[in-house]
Every structure is written in C-alpha cells, then in structure tokens.
Design a protein around this ligand. Structure first.
Ligand SMILES: [Zn+2]
Length: 341
C-alpha cells in the first residue's frame, strides 16, 4: 500500500485525532480525495483538514481546537465532526477547515511545550524559531489560503478551548477586539443559541488565533471556552451538545434558529484593567481554585507587585484568567466589569 493510501485508510478508519497523534510533527504526504457525494477532502498538514463541496453555500467556516494541547473536549468535538463528515453522516454544504492546533503539546498532555501558542498569532511568532511559533505561522497560512479563496463568503472562525480553572459561568466566549467594527448581534445570538450567554468583549489587539481571523479577514471570530480542562475520555460531551449541534447545522449549510439580541439574555463583560506581572514578587491574593468571573468588593487588594499591585476600585469588578505563573512582563489576569452594548 502506498503512503497516501495508508494515510487515507488511517484517517478514515482510526480518525482525525488518532492520525494527528501519530504524526505530531507532520504527515509524510498531503492527502486529497473525494467522497461519494463529491465532497473534496484535503489533509494539508497534521491536524489540518479542509472539506469543500462542489457548489458551496455562502459561509466559510473554520473550527479550531487544541491550540492548547491539554484542552481535550474541543479536540474530541472536532474529531467527532470530522468522523461524521467522513462517514457521510453529516453532509457538508459550506467550506469547512477543521484544525487541531498543537499536536506536540497534545501528546504531552500539556497546555504548551515552549510557549503559549494563543499568544503567537497575528505575527507574534515572528523572529521565533521554536516549533510552536512555526506551527502558529503555518496555521495562519492555512487560514489565509482558506479564506482567500472567496471574497464574498461570510467568514466564521470558532476557536474552541476549555479553561484552566472553573468558571462562575460554565461556558463563555471571548469576542476579539473588532478594530472599530460593531459587535455583531447575530453572532451573539448564535452564541446564546449554543448555550453560551457570557461574553467577554475584547479591548485591544492580541496574539490569539481568533483575533488573527477577525483582524486579517474580518471573520466573525470567537475564542469559545467550553468548560474546565479534563483528560481525554473524561469530558461529558452532553455539556457541549448545543454548540456541537449548531456547528453541525452550519456545516450542513442550514440556518441556526436564533432569538433576536437582547442585553438581558447575556452577561456581557468589558475589560477594565490588565494585571501585568512586573516583577518576581508578583502575587495574587486569591485561592488557586477561584473561579473565573469571581467578583470582589471595592478596596480588595487583588494583587501584590513591585509597584503596589492592584486594588479593586469598584464593587463587582471580577477576575478572568488569573495566572501568577506567567513570565515577568506577561499578563497575569484580566480585571473585568459588566457592561451592555
Ligand atoms: Zn485554551
């Protein structure tokens, strides 16, 4: 059997995740074939697969997972979507790019190996030669090629994650900084229909995968946090039923039924401040298992640092992504507060 035939057999019989695991550093050859219904399948790289129907509907859809290697639920969601597509249980009517972002870290069961990949996009990989920087660059190129094929399509990118710690709200999305464009209320309604009613509105450009797609291609892009990190096989997939169903509906080229946007249906948060780790003496005055979006009263000394740290200014300020272990100079958490749009 030729290498290509072997790869195809592995992909179809063992699945996208198993193949990505086996070839963490890259596949021996790229793969292209068509299913019975004419759907073109291209395996472009390890963890990178494109589906193109012969006459696609108007949405170009990127579904990414595993940018953080230990965030297994999103990887299992993507693996299952790919399996259903290959089995022709799920009929593809939009162009779809599915990604497992960081196979090396995934095989290590770690968030990352050398550097947090979700801070390396939008050119932040430049000048770096380690494998995660190179992978971020390649993923950018695949997304660029994918979106670049059509000018008039609606571009969407849902980058699926799970969080290190629990959250006061089980699921939430980060809506990347829109560079002056309006927040898209239909997309927010799509999130609500996907059982995600907590949204953190991005306040500035960043190195995330979703910001890259939003900034470079004006895609409707989100970092979607689906719950807490768990090992493979320990996720409760029914927790993700709504988003999985809605992504399937989009893949099928059908319309997802959504409710008109209403601020009352959401917990919308804006960023009030960033906790920048300025010195090795930085510390957070919270417990290790404090949930994301936990709030504080005015006057609470949230962090200590060489410059005095951060004292809460208004009742209700909350913290998201606290992580005192980041290197000096990096963000150790976000202070957020409720808002409306
Ligand atoms: Zn993540």
């Amino acid at each position: 059997m030729s290498t290509v035939e072997q790869l195809k057999k592995q992909l179809v019989e063992q699945g996208f995740l198993a193949l990505t695991r086996e070839y963490e550093a890259g596949i021996p050859e790229t793969l292209e074939f068509a299913l019975d219904d004419g759907l073109k399948v291209q395996l472009l790289d390890t963890g990178v697969i494109v589906f193109e129907p012969s006459s696609p509907a108007n949405t170009d859809l990127v579904i990414s997972s595993g940018v953080h290697g230990n965030e297994t639920a999103p990887i299992e969601i993507v693996d299952d979507l790919v399996r259903r597509i290959l089995m022709q249980e799920l009929s593809v009517h939009n162009r779809v790019l599915c990604i497992i972002g960081n196979p090396v870290a995934m095989n290590m069961s770690q968030r990352f190996d050398i550097e947090n990949m979700n801070r390396l996009f939008n050119g932040k990989h430049q000048g770096k030669e380690h494998h995660e920087a190179l992978r971020a660059k390649r993923l950018e190129d695949y997304v660029k090629d994918f979106f670049g094929k059509r000018e008039d399509a609606t571009r969407c990118h849902y980058d699926l994650h799970t969080a290190i710690r629990g959250s006061k709200y089980a699921r939430f999305s980060i809506y990347p900084y829109p560079d002056g464009r309006d927040w898209n209320k239909e997309q927010l309604s799509f999130m609500l229909a996907s059982d995600i009613n907590t949204i953190l509105l991005g306040h500035q450009p960043s190195g995330t995968f979703s910001y890259f797609s939003s900034h470079q291609f004006e895609a409707h892009a989100f970092t979607v946090e689906l719950g807490k990190v768990k090992p493979f096989g320990e996720n409760t997939m029914s927790d993700f039923a709504a988003i999985t169903a809605n992504l399937s509906t989009l893949i099928e080229g059908k319309t997802v039924n959504v409710k008109a946007f209403d601020n009352e249906d959401f917990n919308l948060f804006e960023v009030k401040d960033e906790l920048l780790k300025k010195s090795e003496s930085f510390a957070l005055n919270i417990s290790d298992d404090l949930e994301n979006f936990s709030s504080f009263d005015a006057g609470f000394q949230l962090s200590e640092d060489s410059d005095g740290g951060y004292r809460v200014e208004e009742d209700g300020e909350a913290i998201v992504f606290p992580n005192a272990k980041v290197p000096v100079g990096q963000r150790a958490g976000l202070v957020v507060r409720k808002t409306r749009i």
